[in-house]
Design a protein around this ligand. Structure first.
Ligand SMILES: C[S@@+](CC[C@H](N)C(=O)[O-])C[C@H]1O[C@@H](n2cnc3c(N)ncnc32)[C@H](O)[C@@H]1O
Length: 220
């Protein structure tokens, strides 16, 4: 089996294709609320009413519709920071009336957090990332003290390391049936493994779509 480097992976037809669903909104039929079993709008509005500020980072945001829908539903945008990151520039145009939202084209592998967020979401994005554990470690360090990270992840796409044990050790919740990772508050994870590379030929995961499997060995 030939493992791909990050540079090779971003050109893989499994990662960069137009068949994947990049259109989800925050709430409604084709939505984050449905995929995450969590209502981002209710949570963010609650943060905003309690503290007067709120920050949401949506990783692998696709067209950015979830962020746009949330922004458009706000009665006022003061104190609100919304950011979307995706490998591919397929973002919808930001409506003129929205001034709290930015999009950035980049790979999560080159993203290093500089801020802390109340909500970090990654809806069906981790499936396509190479070094998933490095990305997860970066994300978890970027949460506000009561911030929430929520993401879809299939543990079959991480090989060579006992991920369940890693999550349990760091008090990270993983819902096996829903394939949902949830973490409240930041975590600082010691990287005790070596990333070997990724395979884009392992076939569909639980979503029914082809995904990328990441391989690790325990560092000696
Ligand atoms: C299935 S789509 C989901 C998009 C959006 N979250 C939604 O639910 O509508 C997965 C997204 O992950 C993005 N992606 C894949 N690998 C990535 C990477 N290494 N860094 C950033 N984005 C990535 C893809 O470009 C795609 O837009």
């Amino acid at each position: 089996m030939k493992l791909l480097t990050e540079a090779e992976l971003i050109w893989s037809p499994i990662v960069a294709n137009n068949r994947m669903n990049r259109k989800r909104v925050a709430n409604g039929v084709n939505s984050y609320e449905k995929e995450l079993f969590f209502n981002p709008t209710t949570y963010l509005n609650d943060c905003l009413s309690k503290r007067g500020v709120v920050k949401w980072l949506d990783l692998c945001c696709g067209e950015g519709n979830a962020l746009i829908q949330y922004a458009q539903g706000l009665t006022q945008q003061t104190g609100v920071t919304l950011k979307g990151i995706d490998l591919v520039d397929q973002f919808q145009e930001i409506p003129e009336a929205v001034n709290c939202l930015t999009f950035e084209v980049r790979s999560l592998l080159t993203w290093e957090p500089t801020e802390q967020y109340d909500l970090i979401s990654c809806v069906h994005g981790i499936h396509y990332v190479g070094d998933k554990l490095l990305v997860l470690a970066n994300i978890l360090a970027a949460l506000q003290p009561a911030g929430i990270f929520v993401a879809n992840i299939d543990l079959n796409n991480i090989q060579g390391i006992d991920v369940r044990q890693l999550f349990a050790h760091n008090s990270i919740d993983y819902h096996a049936r829903r394939k949902l990772l949830t973490c409240k508050g930041p975590r600082h994870i010691d990287i005790t493994w070596t990333y070997l590379g990724a395979d884009d030929q392992t076939g569909p995961n639980y979503t029914g779509q082809e995904a990328v499997t990441s391989f690790y060995s325990l560092a000696t």
